[in-house]
Design a protein. Sequence first.
Length: 286
Amino acid sequence: MPSLQRFKDRFDDIQRPRPWLAFPYAVMKKFGEDSSGNLAVLITYYAFFSIFPLLLALASVLGYVLKGHPDWAHRISGSAASQFPLIKGPLPKQGSVVIVVIGTVLAIYSGLAVAKAAEHAWDVVYCVPKDDQPGFVPKNLRALRLVGVGGLGLIATTILSSTVASAGAIGLHIGALVSVLGIVVTVLLNTALFAVVFRWLTVRADVSYRDVLPGAALSAVVLAVLQAVASAFIAHKLKGAKATYGSFGTVIVLLSWFYLQSQVLLIAAQVNVVKQDHLWPRSINE
């Protein structure tokens, strides 16, 4: 249709010379070309089935390691559970060696599935040819490294958020200042963690930590905002969802939460690729 083509041409004339429009458009165009929404679904599927073994492992390790500090273990497990909608802490205390071993094995096994799904997604985003992708053993070793680093990073940020929450109760003004400082430190820590993970998720040798830093910072900031917004929204709008819809409501909310987070991470990956490979500006007629 001539009118539609004129609209496309006019849009190109507006967005192509303007980086603040051309760059986001190129990111979203590549996001659609790579079917990143489908990749996010795959990550969401494995993430949903991995979260409960991971929480079990965390509770088991805390119960075993912090036997002499039950209050600290209580706060950390509660803070970890609060990161997920409609899951309230603290987690059940499990301190036996057998439970620790079983929980850790289940966490590693389920975490490997998430890591390998993410590796596949990053291979697609970075246009890595199939022949250059790692085989079965290297892929699992890389996934194991990701699970280890990601797990330690999750524990570190959980301990930090728990400490900040405790410090926030010391006084109105001091507590507010400490809380803001804690959020800033958490975002910086998550940025460093995402930079490492993003770099390891791709096998492309020309990707440096500087190349993945923009997406890592974007992910840390957006996920922090989403966490705050989700907590406020659930507290006011969805506090009765579990009572009304039972476990079904919890499943739907968790799946939606993981899918939203997966999309944020994949958009951040696309930002890094578009910036590094200079894939902008893009024409709407391509």
